[in-house]
Design a binder for this molecule. Structure first.
Ligand SMILES: C[S@@+](CC[C@H](N)C(=O)[O-])C[C@H]1O[C@@H](n2cnc3c(N)ncnc32)[C@H](O)[C@@H]1O
Length: 591
Protein backbone atom coordinates (compact mmCIF):
# COMPACT_ATOMS: atom_id res chain seq x y z
CA UNK A 1 0.00 0.00 0.00
CA UNK A 2 2.76 2.33 0.99
CA UNK A 3 4.46 2.11 -2.39
CA UNK A 4 1.84 4.20 -4.14
CA UNK A 5 2.82 7.82 -3.90
CA UNK A 6 -0.14 10.00 -4.42
CA UNK A 7 -1.01 13.55 -3.67
CA UNK A 8 -4.45 13.03 -2.33
CA UNK A 9 -5.99 16.29 -3.29
CA UNK A 10 -9.05 17.04 -5.32
CA UNK A 11 -8.50 17.20 -9.06
CA UNK A 12 -7.07 20.64 -9.62
CA UNK A 13 -8.16 21.27 -13.15
CA UNK A 14 -11.69 22.64 -13.31
CA UNK A 15 -10.98 24.46 -10.15
CA UNK A 16 -12.49 26.51 -7.48
CA UNK A 17 -13.21 30.14 -7.12
CA UNK A 18 -15.86 31.97 -5.30
CA UNK A 19 -18.41 34.33 -6.74
CA UNK A 20 -17.83 38.06 -7.05
CA UNK A 21 -18.19 40.20 -3.93
CA UNK A 22 -21.63 40.38 -2.57
CA UNK A 23 -22.02 44.06 -3.09
CA UNK A 24 -25.66 44.72 -3.05
CA UNK A 25 -27.59 42.58 -0.65
CA UNK A 26 -24.88 42.38 1.95
CA UNK A 27 -23.15 45.54 2.99
CA UNK A 28 -19.86 44.17 4.27
CA UNK A 29 -19.01 40.96 2.54
CA UNK A 30 -16.41 38.98 4.43
CA UNK A 31 -15.44 36.77 1.52
CA UNK A 32 -14.69 39.05 -1.32
CA UNK A 33 -11.28 37.79 -2.37
CA UNK A 34 -11.21 34.68 -4.50
CA UNK A 35 -9.82 31.72 -2.60
CA UNK A 36 -8.29 28.86 -4.49
CA UNK A 37 -6.86 25.50 -3.65
CA UNK A 38 -3.11 25.70 -3.61
CA UNK A 39 -2.80 22.72 -5.90
CA UNK A 40 -4.30 24.66 -8.77
CA UNK A 41 -2.02 25.78 -11.50
CA UNK A 42 -1.72 29.48 -12.30
CA UNK A 43 -3.44 28.89 -15.59
CA UNK A 44 -6.29 27.14 -13.87
CA UNK A 45 -6.64 30.01 -11.42
CA UNK A 46 -6.78 32.64 -14.09
CA UNK A 47 -9.22 30.53 -16.08
CA UNK A 48 -11.35 30.10 -13.00
CA UNK A 49 -11.34 33.74 -12.07
CA UNK A 50 -13.38 34.72 -15.13
CA UNK A 51 -16.77 33.32 -15.86
CA UNK A 52 -15.78 29.84 -14.89
CA UNK A 53 -18.14 29.53 -11.99
CA UNK A 54 -21.05 30.82 -14.01
CA UNK A 55 -20.44 28.10 -16.59
CA UNK A 56 -21.11 25.43 -13.96
CA UNK A 57 -24.67 24.19 -13.62
CA UNK A 58 -26.95 25.29 -10.77
CA UNK A 59 -26.38 23.49 -7.49
CA UNK A 60 -23.47 22.46 -5.31
CA UNK A 61 -20.25 21.25 -6.84
CA UNK A 62 -16.75 20.62 -5.58
CA UNK A 63 -15.65 22.84 -8.44
CA UNK A 64 -17.61 25.75 -6.95
CA UNK A 65 -17.61 27.46 -3.58
CA UNK A 66 -14.47 28.29 -1.70
CA UNK A 67 -12.19 26.43 0.63
CA UNK A 68 -11.81 27.62 4.22
CA UNK A 69 -8.93 30.12 4.56
CA UNK A 70 -7.10 28.09 7.21
CA UNK A 71 -7.20 25.13 4.91
CA UNK A 72 -5.45 27.11 2.21
CA UNK A 73 -2.51 27.70 4.53
CA UNK A 74 -2.32 24.04 5.41
CA UNK A 75 -2.39 23.14 1.75
CA UNK A 76 0.44 25.55 1.03
CA UNK A 77 2.53 23.88 3.70
CA UNK A 78 1.72 20.44 2.47
CA UNK A 79 2.29 21.21 -1.17
CA UNK A 80 4.94 18.57 -1.65
CA UNK A 81 3.76 16.06 0.88
CA UNK A 82 2.27 12.80 -0.15
CA UNK A 83 -0.32 11.05 1.96
CA UNK A 84 -1.84 7.63 1.95
CA UNK A 85 -5.22 8.83 3.07
CA UNK A 86 -7.85 11.28 1.98
CA UNK A 87 -7.82 14.55 3.81
CA UNK A 88 -11.51 15.18 4.28
CA UNK A 89 -11.02 18.86 4.92
CA UNK A 90 -10.06 19.27 1.27
CA UNK A 91 -13.66 18.62 0.41
CA UNK A 92 -15.12 21.37 2.57
CA UNK A 93 -16.74 24.04 0.44
CA UNK A 94 -18.25 27.28 1.63
CA UNK A 95 -21.05 29.00 -0.21
CA UNK A 96 -22.45 32.42 0.55
CA UNK A 97 -26.18 32.44 0.22
CA UNK A 98 -29.06 34.69 1.05
CA UNK A 99 -31.82 33.60 3.37
CA UNK A 100 -35.11 34.86 4.61
CA UNK A 101 -35.55 34.67 8.36
CA UNK A 102 -39.18 33.84 9.02
CA UNK A 103 -41.29 33.01 12.08
CA UNK A 104 -40.94 29.28 12.82
CA UNK A 105 -44.68 28.73 12.72
CA UNK A 106 -44.93 30.05 9.16
CA UNK A 107 -41.87 28.33 7.68
CA UNK A 108 -43.62 25.40 6.00
CA UNK A 109 -46.31 27.56 4.44
CA UNK A 110 -43.70 30.00 3.18
CA UNK A 111 -41.51 27.18 1.94
CA UNK A 112 -44.25 25.90 -0.34
CA UNK A 113 -45.16 29.42 -1.41
CA UNK A 114 -41.56 30.28 -2.40
CA UNK A 115 -40.43 26.81 -3.44
CA UNK A 116 -39.25 27.84 -6.92
CA UNK A 117 -37.04 30.59 -5.45
CA UNK A 118 -35.43 28.55 -2.71
CA UNK A 119 -32.01 26.90 -2.78
CA UNK A 120 -33.33 23.44 -3.69
CA UNK A 121 -29.92 21.75 -3.44
CA UNK A 122 -29.79 18.01 -3.03
CA UNK A 123 -29.51 16.85 0.59
CA UNK A 124 -29.77 20.43 1.91
CA UNK A 125 -33.07 21.33 3.48
CA UNK A 126 -34.54 24.62 2.29
CA UNK A 127 -35.52 25.32 5.89
CA UNK A 128 -32.47 25.75 8.08
CA UNK A 129 -32.04 26.11 11.79
CA UNK A 130 -29.29 28.07 13.44
CA UNK A 131 -28.23 28.54 17.01
CA UNK A 132 -30.52 30.95 18.78
CA UNK A 133 -33.50 30.59 16.48
CA UNK A 134 -35.61 28.88 19.11
CA UNK A 135 -37.06 31.11 21.76
CA UNK A 136 -39.58 29.95 24.30
CA UNK A 137 -42.87 31.84 24.37
CA UNK A 138 -42.44 32.88 27.97
CA UNK A 139 -38.99 34.14 27.15
CA UNK A 140 -40.36 36.22 24.29
CA UNK A 141 -42.44 38.01 26.91
CA UNK A 142 -39.32 38.66 28.93
CA UNK A 143 -37.70 40.22 25.92
CA UNK A 144 -40.39 42.78 26.05
CA UNK A 145 -41.45 42.77 22.46
CA UNK A 146 -43.43 40.31 20.44
CA UNK A 147 -45.04 39.84 17.14
CA UNK A 148 -47.86 42.32 17.51
CA UNK A 149 -45.40 44.98 18.45
CA UNK A 150 -46.60 45.19 22.03
CA UNK A 151 -44.16 45.37 24.87
CA UNK A 152 -44.40 42.56 27.36
CA UNK A 153 -41.92 43.46 30.05
CA UNK A 154 -42.14 41.21 33.05
CA UNK A 155 -41.41 42.98 36.31
CA UNK A 156 -41.26 39.70 38.23
CA UNK A 157 -38.25 38.62 36.29
CA UNK A 158 -35.19 39.94 38.07
CA UNK A 159 -33.03 40.00 34.90
CA UNK A 160 -35.29 42.49 33.17
CA UNK A 161 -34.32 46.09 33.39
CA UNK A 162 -37.28 47.88 31.91
CA UNK A 163 -37.63 46.40 28.46
CA UNK A 164 -34.06 45.20 28.39
CA UNK A 165 -32.90 41.77 29.53
CA UNK A 166 -29.66 41.27 31.34
CA UNK A 167 -27.37 39.62 28.75
CA UNK A 168 -26.18 36.88 31.12
CA UNK A 169 -29.76 35.89 31.92
CA UNK A 170 -30.58 36.05 28.26
CA UNK A 171 -27.85 33.56 27.43
CA UNK A 172 -28.85 31.30 30.27
CA UNK A 173 -32.45 31.24 29.14
CA UNK A 174 -31.40 30.64 25.60
CA UNK A 175 -29.08 27.79 26.33
CA UNK A 176 -31.83 25.96 28.17
CA UNK A 177 -33.79 25.62 25.00
CA UNK A 178 -31.12 23.62 23.18
CA UNK A 179 -29.57 20.25 23.39
CA UNK A 180 -27.12 18.44 21.11
CA UNK A 181 -29.76 17.01 18.81
CA UNK A 182 -32.87 19.06 19.08
CA UNK A 183 -34.36 21.91 20.88
CA UNK A 184 -35.71 20.56 24.08
CA UNK A 185 -34.58 21.80 27.43
CA UNK A 186 -31.38 20.51 28.88
CA UNK A 187 -31.96 17.99 31.60
CA UNK A 188 -28.46 18.19 32.84
CA UNK A 189 -26.63 21.16 31.45
CA UNK A 190 -23.36 20.43 33.19
CA UNK A 191 -23.16 16.86 31.94
CA UNK A 192 -23.83 17.78 28.34
CA UNK A 193 -21.49 20.72 28.27
CA UNK A 194 -18.61 18.47 29.32
CA UNK A 195 -16.67 17.02 26.40
CA UNK A 196 -17.19 13.30 25.96
CA UNK A 197 -14.13 11.25 26.84
CA UNK A 198 -13.64 10.02 23.27
CA UNK A 199 -13.96 13.52 21.87
CA UNK A 200 -11.56 14.85 24.46
CA UNK A 201 -9.05 12.18 23.48
CA UNK A 202 -9.44 12.99 19.79
CA UNK A 203 -8.99 16.67 20.50
CA UNK A 204 -5.87 15.96 22.49
CA UNK A 205 -4.48 13.89 19.68
CA UNK A 206 -5.42 16.61 17.25
CA UNK A 207 -7.34 14.26 15.00
CA UNK A 208 -10.69 15.86 14.78
CA UNK A 209 -10.84 15.41 10.99
CA UNK A 210 -13.10 18.04 9.60
CA UNK A 211 -14.42 18.38 13.14
CA UNK A 212 -17.91 17.53 11.97
CA UNK A 213 -17.94 13.80 11.48
CA UNK A 214 -21.24 12.57 10.16
CA UNK A 215 -22.48 16.08 9.49
CA UNK A 216 -23.36 16.86 5.89
CA UNK A 217 -23.53 20.62 6.13
CA UNK A 218 -23.99 23.55 8.42
CA UNK A 219 -25.72 26.90 7.97
CA UNK A 220 -24.55 29.96 9.87
CA UNK A 221 -25.87 33.48 9.79
CA UNK A 222 -23.02 35.78 8.87
CA UNK A 223 -24.59 39.17 8.81
CA UNK A 224 -27.96 40.78 8.91
CA UNK A 225 -28.65 43.70 6.63
CA UNK A 226 -31.85 45.58 6.55
CA UNK A 227 -30.88 48.77 4.75
CA UNK A 228 -31.48 47.28 1.36
CA UNK A 229 -35.00 46.45 2.32
CA UNK A 230 -35.65 50.00 3.37
CA UNK A 231 -34.47 51.07 -0.06
CA UNK A 232 -37.08 48.89 -1.57
CA UNK A 233 -39.88 49.33 0.86
CA UNK A 234 -39.60 52.87 2.07
CA UNK A 235 -37.58 54.60 4.76
CA UNK A 236 -40.01 53.80 7.45
CA UNK A 237 -39.51 50.11 6.80
CA UNK A 238 -38.13 48.27 9.81
CA UNK A 239 -37.34 51.38 11.58
CA UNK A 240 -38.87 49.94 14.71
CA UNK A 241 -38.22 46.91 16.82
CA UNK A 242 -37.10 43.55 15.60
CA UNK A 243 -39.63 40.74 15.67
CA UNK A 244 -39.03 38.35 18.56
CA UNK A 245 -39.88 34.69 18.65
CA UNK A 246 -38.73 31.37 17.24
CA UNK A 247 -37.47 31.67 13.71
CA UNK A 248 -36.25 29.55 10.82
CA UNK A 249 -34.22 30.39 7.76
CA UNK A 250 -35.55 29.85 4.27
CA UNK A 251 -32.46 29.42 2.10
CA UNK A 252 -32.87 31.34 -1.13
CA UNK A 253 -31.84 30.46 -4.66
CA UNK A 254 -28.06 30.70 -5.06
CA UNK A 255 -28.56 33.18 -7.89
CA UNK A 256 -29.99 35.73 -5.44
CA UNK A 257 -26.91 36.10 -3.28
CA UNK A 258 -25.42 39.01 -5.20
CA UNK A 259 -28.65 40.63 -6.26
CA UNK A 260 -30.34 43.78 -5.03
CA UNK A 261 -33.67 43.23 -3.39
CA UNK A 262 -35.23 45.13 -6.30
CA UNK A 263 -34.02 42.36 -8.56
CA UNK A 264 -35.58 39.64 -6.42
CA UNK A 265 -38.43 37.59 -7.84
CA UNK A 266 -41.86 39.20 -7.49
CA UNK A 267 -43.04 36.47 -5.14
CA UNK A 268 -40.42 37.40 -2.53
CA UNK A 269 -40.92 41.15 -2.94
CA UNK A 270 -44.68 40.83 -2.56
CA UNK A 271 -44.17 38.80 0.56
CA UNK A 272 -41.84 41.39 2.10
CA UNK A 273 -44.15 44.28 1.24
CA UNK A 274 -47.17 42.46 2.60
CA UNK A 275 -45.28 41.73 5.81
CA UNK A 276 -44.33 45.40 6.24
CA UNK A 277 -47.88 46.52 5.60
CA UNK A 278 -49.55 44.06 7.91
CA UNK A 279 -47.22 44.03 10.92
CA UNK A 280 -46.04 46.92 13.00
CA UNK A 281 -42.91 44.92 13.65
CA UNK A 282 -42.03 43.14 10.39
CA UNK A 283 -41.61 39.40 10.83
CA UNK A 284 -39.43 38.69 7.78
CA UNK A 285 -35.78 39.56 7.56
CA UNK A 286 -33.16 39.08 4.86
CA UNK A 287 -29.88 37.73 6.12
CA UNK A 288 -26.59 36.65 4.69
CA UNK A 289 -25.62 33.07 5.46
CA UNK A 290 -22.69 30.80 5.05
CA UNK A 291 -23.47 27.26 3.94
CA UNK A 292 -20.58 24.88 4.54
CA UNK A 293 -20.67 21.48 2.86
CA UNK A 294 -18.42 18.82 4.34
CA UNK A 295 -16.82 15.63 2.97
CA UNK A 296 -19.82 13.67 4.20
CA UNK A 297 -22.11 15.79 2.06
CA UNK A 298 -20.64 14.77 -1.29
CA UNK A 299 -21.68 11.60 -3.04
CA UNK A 300 -19.17 8.92 -3.93
CA UNK A 301 -19.04 9.86 -7.61
CA UNK A 302 -18.66 13.58 -6.80
CA UNK A 303 -15.62 12.88 -4.61
CA UNK A 304 -14.11 10.52 -7.17
CA UNK A 305 -14.72 12.96 -9.99
CA UNK A 306 -12.78 15.60 -8.06
CA UNK A 307 -9.97 13.20 -7.18
CA UNK A 308 -9.36 11.29 -10.38
CA UNK A 309 -7.75 12.77 -13.46
CA UNK A 310 -10.10 14.52 -15.81
CA UNK A 311 -11.69 12.24 -18.38
CA UNK A 312 -11.09 9.04 -16.40
CA UNK A 313 -14.12 6.78 -16.08
CA UNK A 314 -15.47 7.05 -12.55
CA UNK A 315 -15.86 3.60 -11.02
CA UNK A 316 -19.34 3.95 -9.64
CA UNK A 317 -20.64 0.38 -9.40
CA UNK A 318 -19.51 -2.46 -7.23
CA UNK A 319 -20.87 -5.77 -6.06
CA UNK A 320 -21.56 -6.41 -2.42
CA UNK A 321 -21.16 -9.67 -0.57
CA UNK A 322 -22.23 -9.10 3.02
CA UNK A 323 -19.97 -6.37 4.42
CA UNK A 324 -17.59 -6.60 1.47
CA UNK A 325 -17.64 -4.29 -1.56
CA UNK A 326 -16.13 -5.99 -4.53
CA UNK A 327 -14.63 -3.67 -7.16
CA UNK A 328 -13.62 -4.63 -10.65
CA UNK A 329 -11.13 -1.88 -11.38
CA UNK A 330 -9.79 -1.19 -14.84
CA UNK A 331 -6.12 -0.92 -15.68
CA UNK A 332 -6.29 2.90 -15.69
CA UNK A 333 -7.59 2.86 -12.10
CA UNK A 334 -4.67 0.89 -10.70
CA UNK A 335 -2.60 3.91 -9.53
CA UNK A 336 -5.67 5.23 -7.71
CA UNK A 337 -7.01 1.95 -6.34
CA UNK A 338 -6.48 2.78 -2.64
CA UNK A 339 -8.04 6.17 -3.09
CA UNK A 340 -11.06 4.77 -4.87
CA UNK A 341 -11.46 2.06 -2.25
CA UNK A 342 -11.25 4.57 0.59
CA UNK A 343 -14.01 6.68 -0.95
CA UNK A 344 -16.17 3.59 -1.54
CA UNK A 345 -15.65 2.62 2.09
CA UNK A 346 -16.34 6.10 3.47
CA UNK A 347 -19.46 6.54 1.43
CA UNK A 348 -20.97 3.14 2.16
CA UNK A 349 -20.25 2.72 5.85
CA UNK A 350 -21.41 1.04 8.01
CA UNK A 351 -22.86 -1.55 5.63
CA UNK A 352 -19.52 -1.87 3.86
CA UNK A 353 -16.53 -2.60 6.07
CA UNK A 354 -14.07 -4.00 3.53
CA UNK A 355 -13.30 -3.03 -0.05
CA UNK A 356 -11.60 -5.56 -2.32
CA UNK A 357 -10.51 -5.72 -5.92
CA UNK A 358 -10.27 -8.78 -8.12
CA UNK A 359 -6.60 -9.27 -9.03
CA UNK A 360 -6.96 -11.87 -11.72
CA UNK A 361 -9.53 -13.81 -13.75
CA UNK A 362 -10.81 -16.98 -12.05
CA UNK A 363 -8.55 -19.86 -13.04
CA UNK A 364 -8.68 -22.42 -10.24
CA UNK A 365 -10.98 -25.45 -9.87
CA UNK A 366 -12.82 -24.08 -6.88
CA UNK A 367 -13.77 -20.93 -8.81
CA UNK A 368 -12.45 -18.72 -6.02
CA UNK A 369 -11.33 -15.19 -6.78
CA UNK A 370 -7.94 -13.74 -6.04
CA UNK A 371 -8.78 -10.63 -4.11
CA UNK A 372 -6.72 -7.86 -2.63
CA UNK A 373 -8.06 -5.86 0.28
CA UNK A 374 -7.77 -2.17 -0.55
CA UNK A 375 -9.59 -0.55 2.36
CA UNK A 376 -11.26 -1.43 5.65
CA UNK A 377 -10.74 -4.55 7.68
CA UNK A 378 -9.01 -7.59 6.23
CA UNK A 379 -11.72 -10.10 6.92
CA UNK A 380 -13.15 -11.84 3.88
CA UNK A 381 -15.48 -13.92 6.01
CA UNK A 382 -18.92 -12.47 5.85
CA UNK A 383 -22.56 -13.25 6.40
CA UNK A 384 -25.18 -12.36 3.82
CA UNK A 385 -28.85 -12.84 3.25
CA UNK A 386 -30.26 -13.94 -0.10
CA UNK A 387 -33.96 -14.47 -0.68
CA UNK A 388 -34.47 -14.79 3.06
CA UNK A 389 -31.73 -17.40 3.57
CA UNK A 390 -28.55 -16.71 5.49
CA UNK A 391 -25.13 -17.69 4.22
CA UNK A 392 -21.69 -17.57 5.76
CA UNK A 393 -18.96 -17.28 3.15
CA UNK A 394 -15.24 -16.77 3.11
CA UNK A 395 -14.42 -15.12 -0.19
CA UNK A 396 -10.81 -16.19 0.18
CA UNK A 397 -11.68 -19.88 0.00
CA UNK A 398 -15.13 -20.34 -1.59
CA UNK A 399 -17.11 -19.17 -4.58
CA UNK A 400 -19.97 -16.68 -4.29
CA UNK A 401 -21.77 -14.59 -6.89
CA UNK A 402 -24.63 -12.33 -5.80
CA UNK A 403 -25.48 -11.56 -9.42
CA UNK A 404 -27.03 -15.02 -9.75
CA UNK A 405 -29.66 -14.43 -7.05
CA UNK A 406 -32.50 -13.88 -9.56
CA UNK A 407 -31.50 -16.89 -11.63
CA UNK A 408 -31.47 -19.04 -8.53
CA UNK A 409 -34.98 -17.84 -7.70
CA UNK A 410 -36.18 -18.73 -11.19
CA UNK A 411 -34.67 -22.20 -10.99
CA UNK A 412 -36.18 -22.85 -7.56
CA UNK A 413 -39.62 -21.79 -8.76
CA UNK A 414 -39.65 -24.91 -10.96
CA UNK A 415 -39.22 -27.28 -7.97
CA UNK A 416 -42.01 -28.77 -5.85
CA UNK A 417 -42.48 -30.88 -2.74
CA UNK A 418 -42.29 -34.17 -4.69
CA UNK A 419 -38.82 -33.41 -6.03
CA UNK A 420 -35.53 -34.90 -4.92
CA UNK A 421 -32.64 -32.65 -5.96
CA UNK A 422 -29.01 -33.44 -6.70
CA UNK A 423 -26.76 -30.34 -6.67
CA UNK A 424 -23.50 -31.50 -8.25
CA UNK A 425 -21.55 -28.22 -7.82
CA UNK A 426 -23.28 -26.86 -4.74
CA UNK A 427 -20.71 -24.36 -3.42
CA UNK A 428 -21.80 -23.01 -0.02
CA UNK A 429 -25.43 -23.83 -0.81
CA UNK A 430 -27.23 -20.88 -2.46
CA UNK A 431 -29.30 -23.28 -4.59
CA UNK A 432 -29.54 -26.45 -2.53
CA UNK A 433 -30.38 -24.76 0.80
CA UNK A 434 -33.45 -22.83 -0.45
CA UNK A 435 -34.35 -25.93 -2.50
CA UNK A 436 -34.39 -27.99 0.69
CA UNK A 437 -37.17 -25.77 1.98
CA UNK A 438 -39.35 -26.72 -1.01
CA UNK A 439 -38.46 -30.28 -1.97
CA UNK A 440 -38.47 -33.70 -0.31
CA UNK A 441 -34.71 -34.23 -0.14
CA UNK A 442 -31.44 -32.71 -1.33
CA UNK A 443 -28.07 -34.30 -2.11
CA UNK A 444 -25.44 -31.58 -2.31
CA UNK A 445 -21.84 -31.98 -3.42
CA UNK A 446 -18.72 -29.89 -3.95
CA UNK A 447 -15.10 -30.70 -4.57
CA UNK A 448 -13.88 -27.81 -2.43
CA UNK A 449 -13.61 -28.93 1.22
CA UNK A 450 -13.98 -25.33 2.46
CA UNK A 451 -17.18 -24.93 0.44
CA UNK A 452 -18.51 -28.17 1.91
CA UNK A 453 -17.67 -26.95 5.39
CA UNK A 454 -19.61 -23.71 4.84
CA UNK A 455 -22.41 -25.67 3.14
CA UNK A 456 -22.88 -27.76 6.26
CA UNK A 457 -22.75 -24.70 8.51
CA UNK A 458 -25.25 -22.87 6.33
CA UNK A 459 -27.63 -25.84 6.34
CA UNK A 460 -27.63 -25.68 10.12
CA UNK A 461 -27.88 -21.88 10.12
CA UNK A 462 -31.07 -22.16 8.06
CA UNK A 463 -32.33 -25.15 10.07
CA UNK A 464 -32.46 -27.37 7.00
CA UNK A 465 -29.67 -29.80 7.82
CA UNK A 466 -32.10 -32.70 8.22
CA UNK A 467 -33.16 -32.45 4.59
CA UNK A 468 -29.67 -32.06 3.09
CA UNK A 469 -27.05 -34.72 2.69
CA UNK A 470 -23.62 -33.27 1.92
CA UNK A 471 -20.84 -34.88 -0.17
CA UNK A 472 -17.28 -33.82 -0.89
CA UNK A 473 -16.16 -35.45 -4.12
CA UNK A 474 -15.54 -34.88 -7.79
CA UNK A 475 -18.76 -34.19 -9.69
CA UNK A 476 -18.42 -37.18 -11.99
CA UNK A 477 -17.92 -39.59 -9.11
CA UNK A 478 -20.84 -38.01 -7.30
CA UNK A 479 -23.19 -38.59 -10.27
CA UNK A 480 -21.97 -42.17 -10.52
CA UNK A 481 -22.43 -42.80 -6.82
CA UNK A 482 -25.89 -41.25 -6.67
CA UNK A 483 -27.32 -43.17 -9.61
CA UNK A 484 -25.68 -46.43 -8.61
CA UNK A 485 -27.39 -46.25 -5.21
CA UNK A 486 -30.94 -46.85 -4.11
CA UNK A 487 -31.44 -43.08 -4.14
CA UNK A 488 -31.38 -43.08 -7.94
CA UNK A 489 -35.02 -43.79 -8.65
CA UNK A 490 -36.12 -40.89 -6.46
CA UNK A 491 -33.91 -38.19 -7.99
CA UNK A 492 -36.03 -35.88 -10.14
CA UNK A 493 -33.80 -32.78 -10.59
CA UNK A 494 -30.06 -32.42 -11.14
CA UNK A 495 -28.42 -28.98 -10.93
CA UNK A 496 -25.04 -28.51 -12.61
CA UNK A 497 -23.78 -24.99 -12.00
CA UNK A 498 -20.16 -24.96 -13.12
CA UNK A 499 -20.58 -22.96 -16.31
CA UNK A 500 -17.01 -23.29 -17.52
CA UNK A 501 -16.87 -27.09 -17.48
CA UNK A 502 -20.21 -28.64 -16.52
CA UNK A 503 -20.93 -29.87 -20.09
CA UNK A 504 -17.88 -32.11 -19.85
CA UNK A 505 -19.48 -33.89 -16.88
CA UNK A 506 -22.57 -34.93 -18.90
CA UNK A 507 -20.93 -38.16 -20.08
CA UNK A 508 -21.22 -39.34 -16.48
CA UNK A 509 -24.94 -39.92 -17.17
CA UNK A 510 -24.27 -42.35 -20.00
CA UNK A 511 -25.24 -45.84 -18.93
CA UNK A 512 -26.22 -44.95 -15.35
CA UNK A 513 -29.05 -47.56 -15.50
CA UNK A 514 -27.34 -50.06 -17.79
CA UNK A 515 -26.90 -52.76 -15.12
CA UNK A 516 -30.38 -52.39 -13.62
CA UNK A 517 -32.90 -55.24 -13.83
CA UNK A 518 -35.42 -54.64 -16.58
CA UNK A 519 -38.37 -54.62 -14.19
CA UNK A 520 -36.75 -51.93 -11.95
CA UNK A 521 -38.41 -48.55 -11.38
CA UNK A 522 -36.75 -45.73 -13.31
CA UNK A 523 -36.87 -41.98 -13.04
CA UNK A 524 -35.26 -39.87 -15.71
CA UNK A 525 -34.20 -36.69 -13.92
CA UNK A 526 -34.43 -33.23 -15.36
CA UNK A 527 -30.93 -31.77 -15.72
CA UNK A 528 -30.30 -28.01 -15.34
CA UNK A 529 -26.95 -27.37 -16.93
CA UNK A 530 -25.18 -23.99 -16.92
CA UNK A 531 -22.65 -22.99 -19.57
CA UNK A 532 -21.01 -20.06 -21.33
CA UNK A 533 -21.01 -19.29 -25.03
CA UNK A 534 -19.25 -16.66 -27.07
CA UNK A 535 -20.80 -17.88 -30.31
CA UNK A 536 -22.96 -15.70 -32.55
CA UNK A 537 -25.83 -18.09 -31.87
CA UNK A 538 -25.17 -19.03 -28.24
CA UNK A 539 -28.22 -21.30 -27.92
CA UNK A 540 -27.27 -23.34 -30.98
CA UNK A 541 -23.65 -23.54 -29.83
CA UNK A 542 -24.55 -24.73 -26.32
CA UNK A 543 -27.10 -27.21 -27.68
CA UNK A 544 -24.47 -28.71 -29.97
CA UNK A 545 -22.01 -29.12 -27.11
CA UNK A 546 -24.64 -30.87 -24.99
CA UNK A 547 -25.51 -33.19 -27.84
CA UNK A 548 -21.86 -34.09 -28.38
CA UNK A 549 -21.27 -34.71 -24.66
CA UNK A 550 -24.32 -36.98 -24.37
CA UNK A 551 -23.56 -38.66 -27.72
CA UNK A 552 -27.22 -38.22 -28.48
CA UNK A 553 -28.68 -36.95 -31.74
CA UNK A 554 -31.87 -35.29 -30.57
CA UNK A 555 -32.31 -33.82 -27.12
CA UNK A 556 -35.31 -31.70 -26.29
CA UNK A 557 -33.71 -28.73 -24.53
CA UNK A 558 -35.28 -25.62 -22.96
CA UNK A 559 -32.65 -22.93 -23.34
CA UNK A 560 -32.41 -19.62 -21.44
CA UNK A 561 -29.98 -16.75 -21.54
CA UNK A 562 -29.08 -16.01 -17.90
CA UNK A 563 -26.84 -12.96 -18.27
CA UNK A 564 -24.14 -11.39 -20.34
CA UNK A 565 -20.97 -11.98 -18.33
CA UNK A 566 -18.64 -10.08 -20.69
CA UNK A 567 -19.11 -8.39 -24.04
CA UNK A 568 -20.29 -11.14 -26.40
CA UNK A 569 -20.17 -13.86 -23.72
CA UNK A 570 -23.46 -15.32 -22.50
CA UNK A 571 -24.19 -17.50 -19.52
CA UNK A 572 -26.95 -19.93 -20.47
CA UNK A 573 -29.05 -22.49 -18.68
CA UNK A 574 -30.18 -25.60 -20.55
CA UNK A 575 -32.89 -27.77 -18.97
CA UNK A 576 -33.72 -31.20 -20.37
CA UNK A 577 -34.89 -34.59 -19.22
CA UNK A 578 -32.12 -37.16 -19.33
CA UNK A 579 -32.84 -39.20 -22.47
CA UNK A 580 -33.62 -42.88 -21.81
CA UNK A 581 -31.16 -43.90 -24.53
CA UNK A 582 -28.38 -42.07 -22.65
CA UNK A 583 -29.26 -43.64 -19.28
CA UNK A 584 -29.16 -47.17 -20.77
CA UNK A 585 -26.23 -46.56 -23.11
CA UNK A 586 -23.20 -48.82 -23.00
CA UNK A 587 -20.23 -46.94 -21.67
CA UNK A 588 -17.22 -46.37 -23.85
CA UNK A 589 -14.13 -48.33 -22.66
CA UNK A 590 -12.28 -45.20 -21.51
CA UNK A 591 -15.00 -44.17 -18.99
C1 LIG B 1 -19.61 -21.71 -10.16
S1 LIG B 1 -19.47 -22.40 -8.58
C2 LIG B 1 -21.18 -22.60 -8.21
C3 LIG B 1 -21.45 -22.85 -6.78
C4 LIG B 1 -22.92 -22.68 -6.40
N1 LIG B 1 -23.79 -23.53 -7.14
C5 LIG B 1 -23.35 -21.22 -6.51
O1 LIG B 1 -24.26 -20.93 -7.28
O2 LIG B 1 -22.78 -20.39 -5.82
C6 LIG B 1 -18.94 -24.00 -8.97
C7 LIG B 1 -18.60 -24.87 -7.79
O3 LIG B 1 -18.17 -26.12 -8.31
C8 LIG B 1 -17.12 -26.62 -7.51
N2 LIG B 1 -16.33 -27.55 -8.34
C9 LIG B 1 -15.38 -27.27 -9.24
N3 LIG B 1 -14.94 -28.36 -9.82
C10 LIG B 1 -15.63 -29.39 -9.30
C11 LIG B 1 -15.64 -30.78 -9.51
N4 LIG B 1 -14.82 -31.37 -10.37
N5 LIG B 1 -16.49 -31.52 -8.80
C12 LIG B 1 -17.32 -30.96 -7.90
N6 LIG B 1 -17.36 -29.65 -7.64
C13 LIG B 1 -16.53 -28.86 -8.34
C14 LIG B 1 -16.36 -25.41 -7.07
O4 LIG B 1 -15.67 -25.66 -5.86
C15 LIG B 1 -17.48 -24.38 -6.91
O5 LIG B 1 -17.93 -24.35 -5.59
Amino acid sequence: MGSTKLLLRPNPLPSVIFSPPIHSLFAKPKFTAPVTLSTFSTAAISAASGNHQSSLPYGPSLFKGKTPPTLKQQQDQQENETKAFIDETHFTRIFDIAALRVPAKDCYALESRLRGHLLNWPRVRNIARVLGDEIETQFVKLLGNNNDGSHGGNEDFSGVVGDEVNSVLFREELVKSFDARGFVKFRNLARISRLRRKKRKEKKEGKEGNGRKGELYVVEVVEEERKEMSGLLGDEFRGGEKWRGSTRLLLLDEELVDKNVEEFPEAIKVLLEQDTRENTTPTLELVKCRLTLFYDYWLMNEILEALLPKGMIIPSAFETVGHIAHLNLREEHQPFKYLIAKVVLDKNKPKIQTVVNKIDAIHNDYRTMQLEVLAGNNSLVTMLVENGFRFNVDLATVYWNSKLATERQRLLSGFNFKDVVCDVFAGVGPICIPAAKIVKRVYANDLNPYAVDYLERNSVLNKLEKKIEVFNMDGRRFIDAMFASQKAHKITQVVMNLPNDATEFLDAFRGIYRDRPEDAKFTFPKIHLYGFSKARDPEFDFHERIRIALVEVAVNVEMRRVRLVAPGKWMLCASFVLPESVAFARRSPNM
